[in-house]
Design a protein around this ligand. Structure first.
Ligand code: PMP
Length: 359
């Protein structure tokens, strides 16, 4: 091995869910929204000034920041935006997890957290979820260099009650606690109201799920002014122009249409509750999900077998083959019609399997 290679920052990267492209596919593997973005997004993009693309975008993303602040009743100085919440979270790890003490996040959670910790050389520990995949708040009542967890958690969909989140934030006021609310709009309680009480809390959200804009890459963080100023200092030391003109226009239009946003979330929640009943009747079990996915295991058929069978029918779901998650499939909630096709397929497949076994 030549010397230069000894000096490379080596990482095992995060593996994003696959993006297959078949005309007949049902894509339930990356928690995207099955409905299109708000109508105003189309209008905003039609009106984009192409000539202006020669100019850099607004480095402060002022219009988008103002629209988000207004939507959530915050000051503009309390909002930070980035290229998807992945970018916002990476910047937050770099900015706030800098003590040398281990940061804490659950053993089963968003699999990007350990990748960022490795990338930035941040020590970390991973308290185990309990046997029902719930976070035990007590695991976070000890010395640490910072805390992060999604609420609802991914890939389990389990919500941590707001009172328990508050306890974790209150008992850790010497470090920053990040609540990753990628899926909060599908029925969980947001920690945003706690921002008034705690200056060590950062709440991160995304436009990729509830606002149907995964392809535009928009995420944001809310916190007190000081936290946001520190985040911006790191951002401006890394890349001043993270948000391009197209994303700024699309994001601003999306956040201004609250009625469309609420209606889309309502439909997804309704379909999720319908899907829960169907899956239960088919022999699946799962913890109650407050996200736009269900993390389910079948009482007889191995997850890997179902994953393959679904794939052959071009129904894509997500499978995490290692450890305690290996018996589960993470199934994104699509349209009602897509979920009917999914459950019909599963019914036929499991029936066929049953009769094959009896022969
Ligand atoms: N947090 C969690 C828990 C997620 O599941 C995801 C989606 N992969 C993200 C953050 C990142 O989403 P995005 O970068 O699209 O905002």
């Amino acid at each position: 091995m030549k010397n230069w290679e000894a000096n490379v920052r080596r990482v095992t990267p995060y593996t994003p869910g696959e993006q297959p492209d078949q005309p007949d596919m049902i894509k339930l593997n990356t928690n995207e929204n099955p409905y299109p973005p708000a109508p105003g997004v189309r209008e905003a993009l039609k009106e984009l000034d192409i000539d202006a693309m020669r100019l850099y975008p607004d480095p402060a993303a002022g219009e988008l920041v103002a629209a988000i602040a207004e939507c959530y009743g915050l000051e503009k100085e309390q909002v930070f935006v980035g290229v998807g919440s992945d970018d916002v979270l990476a910047m937050s790890f770099l900015t706030f997890f800098n003590s040398g003490r281990p940061i804490l996040f659950p053993d089963i959670t968003y699999s990007f957290y350990d990748v960022w910790a490795e990338l930035f050389h941040i020590p970390y520990e991973r308290p185990a979820l309990d046997e029902n995949f719930h976070i035990r708040k007590e695991d976070y009542f000890r010395e640490n260099g910072g805390i992060i967890f999604p609420n609802p958690n991914a890939p389990t969909g389990v919500e941590l009650p707001l009172e328990e989140i508050e306890e974790i934030v209150a008992r850790n006021q010497d470090v920053v606690v990040i609540v990753d609310e990628a899926y909060v709009d599908f029925g969980a309680r947001s920690a945003l109201p706690l921002l008034k009480k705690y200056e060590n809390l950062l709440v991160v959200q995304t436009f990729s799920k509830s606002r149907s804009l995964a392809g535009m890459r928009i995420g944001f963080a809310c916190g007190n002014r000081k936290l946001i100023r520190y985040l911006n200092d790191v951002k401006y030391s890394f890349n001043s122009y993270t948000m391009d003109r197209t994303a700024l226009a699309a994001g601003t239009a999306a956040v201004k249409d609250q009625a469309y946003f609420r209606e889309t979330c309502r439909k997804i929640i309704e379909t999720r509750e319908w899907t829960k009943k169907e899956l239960k009747a088919l022999g699946f079990f799962f913890e109650d999900s407050k996200a736009n996915f269900i993390f389910a295991s079948h009482n007889e058929c191995p997850a890997q077998e179902l994953f393959q069978a679904l794939r052959e029918r071009h129904i894509y779901v997500r499978y995490f083959p290692k450890g305690r998650t290996a018996d589960f499939l993470r199934i994104t909630i699509g349209t009602q019609r897509e979920m009917e096709i999914l459950t019909d397929f599963l019914r036929k497949y499991l029936d066929g399997r049953d009769s094959r076994a009896k022969k």
